[in-house]
Each structure stands twice: as C-alpha cells, then as structure tokens.
Design a protein around this ligand. Structure first.
Ligand code: HEC
Ligand code: HEC
Ligand code: HEC
Ligand code: HEC
Ligand code: HEC
Ligand code: HEC
Ligand code: HEC
Ligand code: HEC
Ligand code: HEC
Ligand code: HEC
Length: 323
C-alpha cells in the first residue's frame, strides 16, 4: 500500500503535528461520545491507556484517500454540530489515535473489520441512539449479531442514499430475506413495491421497533400499520369482523401472493378455514351443485358476491357484512 512507502520524515512530521493538534483539541472538549468510543476500542482489544486525540489533519497525512471518501457525505458536514466533522473527525469513529500514530505496528485503532458486532453498534449509537434507532438493542437484527456495518458503509457506500452496502434497499434485504423479496415479484404484489414506490422500509424499520411486532415501523399492531395508508379500513365499525381487527395478515400476505388481492389462500377456501360448519353452509353446496348448477359461491367473487363488507359494516342491518 502507498502509505507504507511514505518516508520516515513524514511520520516525524505527523508526530509533531499530533502534539500540536492534541493541545488544540483537548481544550474543554470532553464530549460524552469520546468515552463510549473509548469503551468500544477497549472491547476491540486495544489496551487501556490514556486516550489522546490527534485530530483528522494528522490522520489524513497518511490516509488522504479516507478523507476523500467522506467528502459530501453527511458525516463531513461540519455545519451540523452533531457530525464527526464538527467533533473528533476520524477519531469520532476510530477512537483516539495518538497511540496508533506512535505505534510502529499501527495497531491501537478501531479497525471495524476486526471488531465485535456489538462494539461496532456501540460506536455508531454514540450518535445514532435516538428516533428511529431507539429500538435497536431489542431488535431481532441486533440479537442475531447484525451490526451497522452489515448494511452501511461509511467510506464506500453503493447506494445513492443512506450509505447502504448494496445499490438498493431491496437488494440489501434480499441477501438474507429472499422469500419476502420474491413474494413482491409475484402476480399480485403490493403493486407499488415492484414499481419502487413502496419499499421494505415503508412498513419495516430495519433498526427495530419499540411499539410493534416484526419491526413494523408504525402503530401497535399489524392492523394499525396497514391503516396508516388504508384509512378506510380503520375501525371501529358497527359490526366488526373479528379477524380483521385482529390481524390483516390472517387473510392478506403484505408482501404479495399468487391470489387476487394478495390473499393468503384462494376464495372460498380463505373463509372456510374458519367458517366450516355454520348453519348457512359455508361449503359451496354439494356434489353436482358445484359442477352442474354452478354454485353462486364459486363464481365471480365467491363468498364476496354477497358478503361484500368483509372488513366490517356500519349499516344498521350489516351484521352479515352484506351491506
Ligand atoms: C504516520 C502515518 C499514519 C498516521 C498519521 C495514521 N495512520 Fe492509520 N495507519 C497507518 C498505517 C501504515 C496503517 C497500516 C496500513 C495497512 O495495513 O493497510 C494504518 C492503519 C490504520 C487503520 C486500519 C486499516 C486496516 O486496514 O485495518 C485505521 C482504521 C487507521 N489507520 C486509522 C487512522 C486514524 C483514524 C488516524 C488518525 C487518528 C490514523 N490512522 C493516523 C499509518 C498512519
Ligand atoms: C462515521 C464513522 C467514521 C468516520 C468519521 C471515519 N471512519 Fe474510517 N471507517 C469507518 C467504518 C465503519 C469503516 C469500515 C469500512 C466502511 O464501512 O466503509 C472504516 C474503515 C476505515 C479504514 C480501514 C480501511 C478499510 O477500508 O477497511 C481506514 C484506514 C479508515 N477508516 C480511516 C479513516 C480516516 C483517516 C478517517 C478520517 C478522514 C475516517 N476513517 C473517518 C467509520 C468511520
Ligand atoms: C459523532 C457522531 C456520529 C457518529 C459516531 C456516527 N454518525 Fe452517522 N451521522 C451523524 C450525523 C450528525 C448524521 C447526519 C444526519 C443526522 O443528523 O442524523 C449522520 C448520518 C448517517 C447516515 C445517513 C446517511 C445519509 O445519506 O442519509 C448513516 C447511514 C450513518 N450516519 C451511519 C453511521 C454509522 C454506520 C456509524 C458508525 C460506523 C456512524 N454513522 C457514526 C453522526 C454520527
Ligand atoms: C438490516 C440493515 C440495516 C442495519 C443492520 C442498520 N441499518 Fe441503518 N438503515 C438501513 C436502511 C435500509 C435505511 C434506509 C431506511 C429509510 O430510508 O427509511 C437505514 C437508514 C439509516 C440512517 C438514516 C436514518 C434517517 O432516517 O435519516 C441512519 C443514520 C442509520 N441507518 C444508521 C444505522 C446505525 C447507527 C445502525 C447500527 C446501530 C444501523 N443503521 C443498522 C438498514 C440498516
Ligand atoms: C445479513 C442478513 C440480514 C439482512 C441484510 C437483513 N436481515 Fe432482516 N433479519 C435477519 C435475521 C437473521 C433475522 C432474524 C430471523 C429470525 O430470528 O427468525 C431478521 C429478521 C427480520 C425481520 C423480523 C423481525 C422480527 O422482529 O421478527 C424483519 C421484518 C426484517 N428482518 C426485515 C429486514 C429488512 C427490511 C431488511 C433490509 C433493509 C433486512 N431485514 C436485512 C437478517 C438480515
Ligand atoms: C405493506 C407493508 C410491508 C412491506 C412493504 C413489507 N413488509 Fe415485511 N412484513 C409486513 C408485516 C405486516 C409482517 C408481519 C406478518 C405477520 O404477522 O404474519 C411482515 C413480516 C416480515 C418478516 C418476518 C417474517 C416472519 O415470518 O417472521 C420479514 C423477514 C419481512 N417482513 C421482510 C420484508 C422485506 C425484505 C420486505 C421488502 C421486500 C418487506 N418485508 C416489505 C409488512 C410489510
Ligand atoms: C405505505 C403505505 C401502505 C401501507 C403501510 C400498506 N399499504 Fe396496502 N396498498 C398501498 C397502495 C399504495 C396500494 C395500491 C392501491 C391501488 O392500487 O389503488 C395498496 C394496495 C393494497 C391491496 C390491494 C391489492 C390489489 O391487488 O388490489 C391490499 C389487499 C393491501 N394493500 C393490503 C395491505 C395490508 C394488509 C397492509 C398491512 C400489512 C397494507 N396494505 C399496508 C399502500 C400501503
Ligand atoms: C377475513 C379475511 C380478511 C381480513 C382479516 C382482511 N381482509 Fe382485506 N380483503 C379480504 C378479501 C376477501 C378481499 C377481496 C375483496 C373483494 O374481492 O372485493 C379484501 C380486499 C382488501 C383490499 C382491496 C381493496 C378492496 O376494498 O377490495 C384492501 C386494501 C384490504 N383488503 C385491506 C385490508 C386491511 C388493511 C386489513 C386489516 C385491517 C384487511 N384487509 C383484513 C379479506 C380480508
Ligand atoms: C381467521 C378466521 C376467519 C376467517 C378467515 C373468516 N372469518 Fe368470518 N368470522 C370469524 C369470526 C371469529 C366471526 C365472529 C363469529 C361470531 O361472532 O359468532 C366471523 C363472522 C363472520 C360473519 C358474520 C356472522 C355472524 O354470525 O355474525 C360473516 C358473514 C363472515 N364471518 C363471513 C366471512 C367470509 C365471507 C370470509 C371470507 C372472506 C370470512 N368470514 C373469513 C372468523 C373468520
Ligand atoms: C348468495 C349469497 C351468499 C353467498 C354467495 C354466501 N353467503 Fe353467507 N350468507 C348469506 C346470507 C343471506 C346470510 C344471512 C343468514 C342466512 O341466511 O343464513 C349469510 C350468512 C353467513 C354467515 C353467518 C350466519 C351463519 O349461519 O353462520 C356466515 C359465516 C357466512 N354466511 C359465510 C359464508 C361463506 C364462507 C361463504 C362462501 C363460501 C358465503 N357465506 C357465501 C348469503 C350468502
């Protein structure tokens, strides 16, 4: 690598620079961020020692390519006081670097490729612990040892936005969730997903959810999530259909299916999973009633020919969901 070829003189210069920058940086700048980062560094195997910052200018004497890669990204916007650029620069993430600069072996620095997932998350969470990230620690992704850098790259992102390690969000999720992504390509998908108008993160927060199941990003239940867009399904209605209030996913696959309206099974079997032996036969009549007389429960919209208001009815005589 090119930095190995730097003459020793450069190192001396850097060391001299370092001393100067430390003095400038340590003046009343003990941000809570630094203590968390130091902890992370300790977990990563760096020996405990006085943490001293040298400043990004020193780092870039040897790692100018890394400075270049941050240009234009949100992390380099010094105008925002919460960014690394406005705090400890490279060292906001890599930890205090004096020992690294002094070390001939070039250890003593947060090397993300060698850190434990939890230590990486802790480093990033020192700034990203609010809002959409508040649920990270209890998320399935955290429990299964994913970390921020599984999905994001700070220096060489592949996506146009959000610094993802893949060109698109779908491609990212697909590396582990092939089934769900494949469903969005089926005959009846949540149409706009395929067209790119809805994405996985329209419904999910990949950083976990505090209030809902399955990392759903809004509401307290599946139904509440769906109703943020399908407001017309929002209850309560005069006559409720129990499964609708309970979980829309009992009948619809939110990712897509091969059946009309993304139903999990075809009509009338969908209804017959629950309505097996009611007084009004839930069956489609018997034998030749199906084949010869063409049961009214099989053609067109099947049971829905009559029970149109399947999501609930506000009509005074809507108890059978027919109006
Ligand atoms: C005097 C030159 C020099 C300075 C100054 C310097 N580094 Fe390094 N750094 C190196 C060398 C040499 C390596 C080993 C390079 C390699 O193995 O690719 C290295 C390795 C690293 C690595 C690990 C790279 C890997 O592939 O695992 C990181 C991260 C790093 N430096 C960050 C920093 C930061 C942050 C600063 C400022 C605090 C800094 N460096 C200052 C020379 C320097
Ligand atoms: C916002 C956090 C953050 C900041 C700020 C940051 N880095 Fe990094 N750095 C990372 C992460 C994460 C990686 C792992 C690779 C990646 O995600 O792109 C990394 C990787 C590296 C590597 C290892 C080479 C590699 O490709 O794995 C070096 C060297 C490095 N950074 C140096 C720097 C220098 C120098 C600066 C300042 C100019 C800097 N970094 C600023 C987070 C950061
Ligand atoms: C010193 C604080 C700080 C640290 C440490 C930090 N970030 Fe950030 N990051 C910010 C700020 C500030 C923004 C700008 C957006 C905002 O205000 O939330 C940002 C933005 C981002 C974005 C959004 C990029 C975009 O294009 O919208 C991603 C992704 C991100 N950071 C990932 C990381 C990862 C991964 C790490 C750990 C390797 C990390 N950050 C560490 C402060 C930080
Ligand atoms: C499973 C993949 C995945 C993991 C793991 C992950 N992210 Fe993200 N992150 C995403 C996706 C996808 C987006 C874009 C979502 C969106 O636009 O709503 C995003 C968005 C962000 C943003 C921008 C948020 C905003 O609304 O401005 C930040 C900052 C961020 N992630 C930081 C982190 C940090 C810090 C971690 C680790 C604690 C992390 N991410 C872990 C996939 C992931
Ligand atoms: C590196 C692999 C990986 C990537 C990439 C990934 N996931 Fe996951 N995801 C997992 C694992 C592992 C689980 C836990 C599965 C389990 O325990 O059954 C999980 C679980 C989930 C769950 C269920 C959460 C719960 O609480 O039950 C959702 C939703 C999810 N991921 C969405 C996403 C989305 C959206 C993306 C893309 C932004 C994504 N994942 C990217 C590995 C990944
Ligand atoms: C319209 C909203 C919506 C969209 C868009 C969406 N999901 Fe989901 N997803 C859900 C709901 C609701 C559940 C819970 C289903 C249930 O309870 O049976 C879920 C469950 C999951 C699970 C957990 C499955 C399990 O059995 O635990 C994963 C993984 C997942 N989604 C990944 C994805 C991925 C990847 C994408 C993008 C291709 C995506 N989702 C897009 C609403 C959505
Ligand atoms: C982010 C907004 C959004 C969320 C959340 C959402 N949807 Fe949708 N949904 C849409 C849009 C947009 C359409 C397309 C409407 C159209 O074509 O008229 C649609 C269409 C549908 C359709 C009709 C498909 C067809 O073939 O006509 C069903 C069924 C559906 N959604 C069920 C659900 C369920 C169940 C949930 C919760 C798991 C949900 N939606 C959550 C936006 C959303
Ligand atoms: C008992 C099964 C069942 C449950 C539970 C259910 N639906 Fe439906 N849904 C259907 C059937 C059947 C259709 C097809 C109606 C038709 O053919 O006109 C449908 C159609 C739809 C449509 C397409 C537009 C329309 O009016 O035809 C949307 C959107 C929708 N459902 C959303 C939801 C939402 C949101 C929930 C949860 C609040 C939900 N569904 C719960 C059975 C169900
Ligand atoms: C997950 C189970 C489930 C599914 C699937 C289901 N239902 Fe229901 N349905 C119920 C329950 C529970 C009730 C309330 C029964 C009661 O109050 O005695 C009900 C009530 C009804 C009623 C009103 C009956 C009454 O006695 O008040 C009608 C009509 C009905 N369902 C039709 C349908 C149709 C048509 C479908 C298919 C689109 C369907 N159901 C799918 C569970 C289900
Ligand atoms: C031709 C119109 C029609 C079709 C098609 C139809 N129903 Fe009904 N259904 C009714 C009427 C009318 C009632 C009112 C009570 C009665 O007459 O027994 C009813 C009542 C019900 C009830 C509640 C009363 C009870 O006896 O439990 C359920 C549950 C039900 N239907 C389910 C279904 C299912 C499931 C299908 C599809 C296999 C279906 N219906 C198809 C007309 C229809």
């Amino acid at each position: 690598m090119t930095q190995r070829l730097y003459p020793a003189a450069m190192c001396l210069l850097a060391a001299a620079l370092a001393v100067r920058v430390v003095n400038a940086r340590t003046e009343g700048r003990a941000a809570p961020i630094s203590s968390v980062v130091t902890q992370a560094a300790a977990q990563a195997g760096a020996p405990a020692q006085a943490a001293e910052y040298v400043g990004s200018d020193t780092c870039t004497t040897c790692h100018s390519d890394k400075e270049q890669s941050l240009k234009g990204t949100p992390h380099s916007q010094a105008a925002n006081p919460r960014t690394p650029a406005a705090t400890h620069g490279c060292e906001s993430c890599h930890g205090p670097g004096k020992a690294h600069v002094d070390d001939d072996a070039k250890g003593h620095i947060n090397k993300f490729g060698q850190m434990k997932p939890a230590a990486i998350s802790e480093t990033c969470l020192s700034c990203h612990n609010r809002g959409v990230h508040a649920g990270w620690e209890n998320s399935k992704h955290a429990q299964r040892d994913l970390t921020c850098t599984t999905c994001h790259s700070v220096h060489s992102p592949k996506s146009a936005a959000r610094q993802l390690v893949k060109p698109t969000e779908t491609a990212l999720c697909q590396t582990c969730h092939r089934l769900q992504v494949t469903k969005t390509e089926r005959a009846v998908a949540h149409m706009p997903v395929r067209e790119g108008k809805l994405s996985c993160s329209s419904c999910h927060n990949p950083h976990g959810s505090i209030t809902n199941v399955k990392a759903l990003k809004t509401g307290n239940s599946v139904a509440e999530l769906c109703e943020t867009c399908h407001a017309e399904m929002r209850g309560p209605t005069l006559f409720e259909h129990a499964p609708v209030r309970e979980n829309c996913a009992t009948c619809h696959d939110p990712h897509g299916s091969s059946n009309d309206r993304m139903l999990v099974v075809r009509m009338p079997m969908l209804c017959q999973r629950c309505h097996v032996a009611s007084s009004h036969p839930s069956s489609v009549y018997d034998n030749n009633a199906i084949t010869v007389k063409k049961s009214n429960r099989m053609f067109g919209r099947s049971c829905m020919n009559c029970h149109q208001m399947i999501h609930g009815s506000n009509h005074p005589s809507g108890q059978f969901f027919m109006r």
